[in-house]
Ligand binder design. Structure first.
Ligand code: 6LW
Length: 530
């Protein structure tokens, strides 16, 4: 008896220890913060890969990797060559809409739409970090495409339509359309049925949709059928994810929808989806764009998927996770010592490559002025990265060789071409001057101005949920003087419209005139408070 008790105790301890080693509880949403909408996910063995939309930014479609669904590192972009991604003169929030990421028989597929040039296409790769193939175009007019491989060996193009989701057989080698389209399901009646993904499970075809539009009425709904072409039966729990109801009304996360499902190796199901974090009480605004979130899904055999219990999520998720596998944190300072920019940086539209150099002056990012301004749908001389949290600090050391008064260089916080705040250095009356310039729709004014001693200056921006503060300092000093404070809300999606989020850019422009001016950035600091 005594021995039995001992054995039982030992067993309990072993179970407790192994439980502690493997089951971990809790994670923070969003899992990929900052402008990262329309996530699509796939798993290969122990690895998860995820892609998000990128609109007018180049390179296009960031690809992320994870071992635990909670911690993500960017491993590249899908579209890195001009031949794959023409973005010339593309309006803000044009270009690349929602992608889908799939893995089939050793090959990765990204299926997407360039709404400004060419329409629907897919690219393939054997390594999701790239290189990816040239686009294979599909002559179907729509957005939110997906490819589904059925067990009968046929390949189907599944996509959005005004009346509902459409399914068409294609030749996967050429993209050729092989059959008329079938309208299969319109969802539960919400507007804009879109973002389709199909999963085959327990003898059913499950069709997951986004409904309600990608704003405050957004949701995810699901239906199932024993035939790919329907009829689809609506899940009794629909919408299976939404904050457009009483349960979601006080949640800081709004607009949840546009989802994708993945089964982990341990059999558990998870959903990734977009949402946005609002600021300001009573009147909501969001500046970070639509971000990527994660929720656990209970999906019993033959049953319906239930998302995090009641179809809502929170910033702090108190649920068991997979064993955590964090990646090293990015350093605060980018020294510009490498020969290539990190994956976090993007350009506005296809870059004019000779305007950028990391080697001309070792340890400095050189950006040459082009006549294009931040107000134009053009290849503005700039490198940009996402504002990922409301509370952040961004700073740089700029040296600007300006010859004439039409030239400027600095930091911009840009939501789109007609909504940006710029902290810039320029010559005025023969003297270098730093200016804080506001551009909000048709309103434009200088909110702060200060003469400085030379052409070398530190520039700094601090953000919180309601304000951005702008500062400058002498190159060797940490005594910053304030240029002004501006409301975050005028850069929000509610004010500016569109599908993106605020980007922090280093830029230069000669405002419509030819110029030889060059801006040199020694380093860039970015830190956040979560
Ligand atoms: C995308 C559509 C949507 O194609 O927004 O969230 C569009 N939903 O599905 C642009 O991202």
């Amino acid at each position: 008896m005594r021995n039995n008790l001992k054995a039982l105790l030992a067993l309990c301890l072993i179970t407790l220890f192994s439980f502690q080693a493997f089951a971990q509880t809790g994670y923070r949403n969003p899992i990929i913060p900052g402008f990262n909408p329309d996530p699509s996910i796939c798993r290969v063995g122990d690895d998860y890969y995820l892609v998000t939309s990128s609109f007018e930014y180049f390179p296009g479609l960031p690809i992320y990797h994870s071992k635990d669904l909670v911690n993500w590192e960017q491993i590249g972009h899908c579209l890195t060559r001009d031949s794959q991604l023409p973005l010339q003169k593309v309006n803000a929030s044009g270009g690349l809409f929602a992608p889908s990421l799939r893995y089939h028989e050793g090959v990765f597929y990204v299926i997407c739409t360039n709404v400004s040039a060419g329409g629907n296409f897919y690219c393939t790769a054997t390594d999701p970090a790239g290189p990816w193939s040239e686009p294979i175009w599909v002559a179907i007019d729509s957005i939110d495409p997906e490819i589904f491989w059925d067990e009968d060996g046929k390949t189907y193009f599944v996509t959005q339509g005004n009346e509902g989701i459409r399914v068409t057989e294609i030749d996967i080698k050429t993209g050729k359309v092989l059959s008329p389209e079938h309208l299969v399901w319109g969802g539960i009646g919400g507007r804009f049925p879109e973002a389709p993904h199909i999963y085959k499970k327990d003898g059913f075809y499950y069709l997951l949709l986004g409904e309600g539009g990608t704003e405050y009425m957004h949701s995810a709904t699901i239906g199932r059928s024993t035939s790919l072409f329907g009829p689809y039966e609506s899940c009794p729990l629909n919408p299976i994810l939404t904050h457009a109801n009483r349960r979601g009304q006080a949640n800081q996360i709004q607009g949840v929808g546009h989802a994708d499902l993945v089964q982990a190796k341990d059999g558990s199901w998870w959903m990734v989806f977009l949402g946005f974090r609002v600021t300001h009480q009573w009147a909501y605004y969001h500046v970070l764009g639509r971000e990527t979130f994660l929720a656990p899904v209970d999906w019993p055999k033959g049953g319906w998927p239930q998302v995090n219990g009641n179809g809502t999520v929170s910033l702090n998720m108190e649920v068991p996770t997979l064993p955590l596998h964090p990646f090293p944190k990015a350093p605060v300072r980018t020294e510009f010592n490498e020969e290539k920019l990190g994956f976090e940086w993007q350009y506005l539209r296809n870059p004019i490559r000779e305007n950028y150099s990391l080697t001309e002056r070792k340890g400095w990012m050189r950006i040459s002025a082009s006549p294009y301004t931040l107000d134009e749908a053009e290849s503005v001389s700039s490198i940009l990265r996402r504002q990922t949290q409301h509370d952040f600090t961004a700073a740089t050391l700029l040296e600007f060789d300006s010859l004439s008064e039409n030239e400027e260089a600095g930091i911009t916080l840009i939501q789109n071409n007609s909504h940006h705040y710029d902290l810039l250095l320029k010559k005025s009356g023969g003297q270098y001057t730093v200016q804080l310039r506001v551009k909000v729709g048709s309103l434009s004014y200088i909110a702060g101005e200060k003469q400085v001693n030379g052409n070398k200056l530190k520039l700094k921006v601090e953000g919180n949920p309601s304000q951005y503060s702008f500062y400058c300092a002498e190159p060797d000093s940490d005594q910053y003087s304030e240029l002004g404070r501006l409301d975050t809300r005028y850069l929000s999606t509610e004010v500016a419209g569109g599908f993106t989020g605020v980007m922090i850019g280093l830029y230069t422009s000669s405002n419509g005139k030819d110029s030889k001016a060059k801006a040199y950035f020694d380093w860039f600091d970015y830190s956040v408070k979560e």
